[in-house]
Structures are given as structure tokens and as C-alpha cells.
Ligand binder design. Structure first.
Ligand code: CA
Length: 236
């Protein structure tokens, strides 16, 4: 059985209907979401599992989101934090950021903006799945060590570059989804959509050379004409 790696997020939100909506949309985006309802539970959960990002409501029963934030930073935990709050005042925003939150969103917020902020924080943190249980990602005869970036492929052992790894993680996290060229360029190189698409195409050619038994007949890294690229972990 092959493991599928998804980016794990921790959602700390006590209002059930808000939590449900966020979980639904985050999972649609391909993230793996753990949900807790209080700051105490959040701190406990963080001792059990590694997360790429915390989405933290400010007003919680028991200790507040701010206190959670403060405690984590005191423990030198640098996990990215996106703070959510109903209070949209400038003072709250400043307090949140001064306690170590990385970004801040006032309720009610636009869902699209929320998802963009999550993606933006993950990108800025250049998230590495260092402490995850799934140290390897496999597809076909390929096996990639997510810590050392070494890959065992059909064509031998290779050492992946940082950019190659970044792109692979994007594909793996959103397995089965079609990623547009603009999206990939922006996420991997941070460029504006529409620039340097040849760089991207060359990258895909390289990935196919590494991981496809027949690079000219790709099964895993597919071109979807007019739309972009798609990674399939278990093709027919
Ligand atoms: Ca709340």
C-alpha cells in the first residue's frame, strides 16, 4: 500500500459551523485537516503530531488564541500561524502579530482570500515535511526520501534539487488535481503568471526523464492540453 502525503494543517476553531465550512474547503484543496476546539487541545495536539500551519481562532473557550500563539513562540516553535478573529480592529491585528502570528484575517472573510493566505503562508515557510511520519513518497517504482531529497527511480538513484523537490511536493499534495502553468510557476518560482513558461516545461521534461519508464509516454506527470499538468500516483 502506497502512502499519500498531504499537507497537514491544524484548525483551532470553536464555532462548529465555521469549522465545518473551513474543513470542507481545505480538504477540497487537498490539505489534511485536524480540528480541535480549544487552545488547550491545540497545544496538546501539537505535542503529538507535526503540522505545516495552524489556523487559529482568537476568541476561544479557555485560553485565547493569543495565549496559544505566545506560548508556542516562547517554546521556540516557529510553526506558521494564521490568526482568525471576529474583531477586525487595528489594535487586535497589531496585538496578534506582536504575539507571533504570521498573518491575520478578520471574520467574516472571503473564502478565496482565506485559501490564498493559507497557500501564501505555506509557500513563505517553504514547508518541509521533516517531522512527518511519512518519510517516503512512492509511486510506481519510484521512491522519494522527503528528508534527504534522494530518489530511487526506474533509472537509478538521483539527488533532487530544491526546486525539483518543491514542485514534486506541490504535485504530491494535490494529487489528481490539474495545476495550471501559471499556478505552478507562481508556487515554485514565485513568478507572475505568464512568464518563463519554458522553464516550467523543461522542468516537467526532467521529472519525466527521472520518473517515467517511458518519458515520451508519461503516466504520472501528465499534460492536460490547454489546462496545465496533473500528477497521478496510481495510474491505470
Ligand atoms: Ca471563537
Amino acid at each position: 500500500m502506497m502512502k499519500q502525503m498531504k499537507i497537514p494543517l491544524l484548525l483551532v476553531e470553536d464555532e462548529p459551523h465555521i469549522a465545518q465550512g473551513l474543513i470542507f474547503n481545505l480538504e477540497e484543496e487537498g490539505y489534511q485537516v485536524s480540528h480541535v476546539e480549544s487552545g488547550e487541545q491545540a497545544l496538546e495536539q501539537l505535542t503529538k503530531k507535526s503540522y505545516a500551519l495552524i489556523i487559529l481562532d482568537l476568541a476561544l473557550p479557555g485560553i485565547s488564541g493569543l495565549e496559544v500563539c505566545e506560548q508556542l513562540r516562547e517554546q521556540e516553535n516557529q510553526i506558521p500561524i494564521l490568526m482568525l478573529t471576529a474583531r477586525g480592529t487595528e489594535q487586535d491585528r497589531i496585538t496578534g502579530l506582536s504575539k507571533g502570528a504570521d498573518d491575520y484575517l478578520a471574520k467574516p472573510f472571503n473564502l478565496k482570500e482565506f485559501l490564498l493566505r493559507v497557500a501564501g503562508l505555506l509557500r513563505r515557510a517553504s514547508w518541509q515535511p521533516d517531522n512527518l511520519e511519512n518519510e517516503f513518497y512512492s509511486f510506481g517504482k519510484n521512491r522519494i526520501n522527503l528528508e534527504t531529497h534522494q530518489a530511487e527511480t526506474t533509472h537509478g538513484t538521483i539527488q533532487l534539487t530544491e526546486l525539483e523537490m518543491k514542485m514534486l511536493l506541490l504535485f504530491f499534495a494535490q494529487e489528481g488535481k490539474i495545476l495550471s502553468r501559471g499556478e505552478l510557476l507562481q508556487q515554485v518560482w514565485g513568478m507572475l503568471p505568464g512568464t518563463e513558461t519554458r522553464t516550467l516545461d523543461n522542468f516537467i521534461v526532467r521529472l519525466r526523464k527521472y520518473f517515467e519508464a517511458e518519458p515520451i509516454k508519461p503516466r504520472y506527470f501528465r499534460t492536460i492540453r490547454g489546462r496545465g499538468y496533473q500528477f497521478i500516483q496510481n495510474p491505470e
